[in-house]
Design a protein around this ligand. Structure first.
Ligand code: 8OZ
Length: 364
């Protein structure tokens, strides 16, 4: 099968991307402690992957309250901004492009990770099932504290400030993380949102926070440098929604007024099925580019592009193990297999030691 469309140029907002293979956001939990600061090993990792059409950074907490996993990086302190600046400089030196993924975990946290050791915050006081990844290992999730209506503007301001900081750190744009059961997804879906104020109940109310955050972030960046990630069918982190098709169609229609660069859709997570959801309704309703994600191969990505189901395809796990993934897919070369035991936390092993075909993409 030829891969002509996968390797054709395409605009994303006002950027010209050389092909359609995007590096998905990947949590690797290797920032420097204390302070959740990007380090030189992180620089090498991103620089090695500069041949992606676009790199989307690992999920990055917008505030101390937004943190939910040990060792993930932030974008609220000056040291974090300076650490990220080294990363964006090296990616740009290799003619790459990189967006930062803005992250508030909401209830997917633990008091030991929170400022003042207070409980995590959420739309409603409903705990996630399972355990949080803390500095002292896995700990049961706790019941979160439901945010007061009066606190919500301060959440929006956390996103705005992080968007400003990402600009200082030299990013090309930002992606709003509204997927996978974190704060914004918790507000969207009715399994986690039982509020009776303007932010809960009807679909119109449940999308309100995402829209306010998008308003703030696009005021900083302009819509054409902003994307948003959603996972309409995902149930990771104890998520559920009674009418995902109606909820996400309404959300996408509301987002159109911001003229965003792209809609990034997690269509499946691991071996999750699509549960009959019609993703093409979202693609057809949205006025920017559609970025598909979820276990795609070069062939299924080419098929999706040629069937006009997507404009870009984001690859996750294959980029962990193949820094030069676009070149390998182009050549039809064998792919390195990812070692899942080194996905989260640890050192250089399983992080910056996966070999490239050509040393042009190896560490500088
Ligand atoms: C896996 C492990 C930790 C975090 C996401 C940020 O699901 C994540 C994540 C995934 O979006």
């Amino acid at each position: 099968m030829n891969l002509n469309t996968l390797f054709s140029e395409q605009k994303l907002g006002d950027l010209n991307l050389p092909h359609r293979i995007v590096m998905a956001p990947l949590t690797r939990a290797r920032s420097s402690q204390p302070g959740d600061i990007p380090n030189d090993m992180n620089v090498t990792y991103y620089q090695q992957r500069s041949s992606a059409a676009l790199i989307i950074s690992e999920a990055t907490q917008i505030s101390p309250q937004g943190k939910g996993y040990a060792f993930t990086p932030g974008i609220y302190s000056n040291d974090q901004i300076q650490g990220w600046k080294k990363i964006t400089d090296k990616v740009h030196a290799r003619h790459g492009r990189i967006f930062m993924q803005l992250w508030h975990v909401g209830r997917v946290s633990h008091s030991s990770l929170q400022p003042g050791n207070f409980p995590p915050v959420a739309p409603s006081a409903i705990a996630v099932e399972g355990q949080a990844f803390t500095d002292d290992g896995m700990k049961d999730f706790e019941t979160p504290r439901a945010l007061d209506s009066e606190e919500i503007p301060s959440i929006v301001e956390q996103y705005r400030q992080a968007a400003i900081n990402a600009k200082h750190a030299g990013f090309d744009g930002v992606e709003i993380h509204s997927a996978n059961g974190y704060l914004l997804d918790q507000f969207l879906k009715d399994g986690s949102n039982r509020r009776d104020d303007n932010y809960g109940g009807s679909i119109e109310n449940r999308v309100r926070l995402v829209i306010e955050v998008t308003q703030a972030v696009t005021e900083v960046w302009g819509g054409n440098r902003v994307g948003i990630r959603i996972s309409p069918t995902g149930n990771f982190n104890s998520m559920s929604e009674s009418n995902p098709q109606a909820l996400f169609k309404h959300l996408v229609e509301q987002l159109n007024k911001f003229n965003l660069a792209y809609l990034h859709v997690v269509e499946r997570f691991g071996d999750d099925s699509d549960k009959g959801f019609d993703f093409n309704v979202l693609r057809q309703s949205f006025n920017g580019a559609y970025m598909a994600n979820g276990s795609y191969t070069a062939e299924s990505a080419e098929q999706s592009l040629n069937s006009d189901l997507s404009d870009f395809v984001a690859f996750g796990v294959p980029f962990i193990a193949n820094p030069d993934l676009p070149e390998r897919l182009k050549q039809g070369a064998d792919l390195n297999q990812a070692d899942s035991t080194t996905f989260y936390g640890g050192d250089a092993k399983g992080y910056i030691d996966y070999p490239c075909l050509n040393e042009q993409f190896s560490p500088a």
